[in-house]
Ligand binder design. Structure first.
Ligand SMILES: Nc1ncnc2c1ncn2[C@@H]1O[C@H](COP(=O)(O)OP(=O)(O)OP(=O)(O)O)[C@@H](O)[C@H]1O
Ligand SMILES: [Mg+2]
Length: 315
């Protein structure tokens, strides 16, 4: 069986044959033509960074706790194989993308309820192969996501660190991406590297996207955050000829650590903290940005990012 046949089989079957139980998911539409938005209204947002440990998961968890009060939210843990989004919502998922990639479950079968208005697609833990999915596996995830995202108001993606094709594909699949850096020069360097790869990968896939919005995390003053924003804005203008927008900054605050230890986001654990207050303001600005345009989800774009435009592939 070649890998596309394998993909088709995974798309058709909810559970693996060896369980003796075949649960057909929605019918697979072979060669249905180019993927498209199919009237999705879900607004999708990815939180990414070049360097690891900048605070993506802590911030995503807090943003999820803000968004779920505004509309039904689906949190996708795209740190596949090293997932920890579930920790901040104190759930213990039985299924994850590891089961989807193994062909044991369809995407809709791993949806894990977290709290009122918030569901999680768990990333799976300790499965190294998930960090480097094959293109048909990413396409399969995109297609499965496309089937459920219209049932949500918001899709929030907690990205893995780094510049892998898969990581950048998740970011580029969303309506908007937030790029997190800290004032650390290594984090800033990697943030710029992310922007560069993001722009290139989107252009190569024929899916032009808006540049990510910058958030400076763990800043110790307004001036420090401003300096970080100015420096990144300047290199982006000079070398990518694009305007980088700074969405805001978040103070360095031990509250984040305390809440994580209690398996809570800082918004639910310490809503009065400076971090939670800063996040409320950042999310308000983000919602303004998202509401300016139609919500197109992320599933169909993930399909497209993983395969390239169909017309090109056929050519
Ligand atoms: N604003 C903040 N103030 C203080 N500590 C913070 C802040 N944001 C994040 N941290 C701390 O930084 C560390 C890394 O956070 P987190 O796991 O959210 O980063 P990440 O970018 O998701 O990491 P990875 O790249 O490994 O997925 C944690 O110890 C967290 O408590
Ligand atoms: Mg993380």
């Amino acid at each position: 069986m070649n890998r596309w046949d394998h993909a088709r089989q995974l798309l058709r079957i909810g559970r693996r044959a060896e369980t003796g139980e075949r649960l057909p998911v929605e019918p697979f539409r072979a060669s249905s033509g180019a993927p498209g938005p199919r009237s999705v209204r879900c607004r999708s947002l990815c939180i990414a960074s070049g360097k690891g440990g900048t605070g993506k998961s802590s911030l995503t968890a807090a943003v999820a706790d803000i968004l779920r009060l505004k509309g039904k939210t689906l949190l996708l843990d795209a740190d596949l194989g090293c997932a920890n989004a579930h920790i901040f919502h104190d759930v213990h998922p039985e299924r994850s993308f590891a089961d989807v990639v193994a062909g044991d479950r369809a995407v809709h079968e791993i949806v894990t309820p977290c709290s009122d208005g918030l569901d999680l697609l768990p990333g799976g833990s300790g499965v190294g192969r998930l960090a480097g999915l094959r293109e048909y596996e990413l396409e399969m995830i995109g297609r499965g996501l496309g089937r459920i995202e219209a049932g949500y108001e918001f899709l929030l993606v907690d990205s893995a660190a780094g510049l892998s094709r898969q990581t950048v594909a998740f970011a580029a699949a969303c309506d908007r991406t937030v790029l997190v850096t800290t004032p650390d020069v290594t984090a800033m360097t990697d943030a710029y590297a992310f922007l560069k790869v993001f722009v290139r990968q989107c252009a190569a896939a024929g899916v032009p996207r808006e540049l990510p919005l910058l958030v400076v995390n763990r800043a110790t003053s307004d001036q420090e955050a401003r300096d970080v924003g100015d420096r990144l804005r300047e290199v982006t203008r000079k070398f990518l000829d694009q305007r980088l927008e700074v969405l805001g900054w978040i103070p360095d605050d031990r509250a984040v650590f305390r809440c994580t230890q209690r398996r809570r986001s800082v918004v639910s654990g310490e809503p009065e903290s400076a971090v939670a207050q800063a996040l409320e303001q950042i999310v308000a600005r983000l919602l303004d940005q998202l509401q300016e345009r139609e919500g197109l989800g992320a599933g169909w774009r993930l399909e497209e990012m993983s395969t390239g435009p169909r017309a090109t592939r056929r050519a």
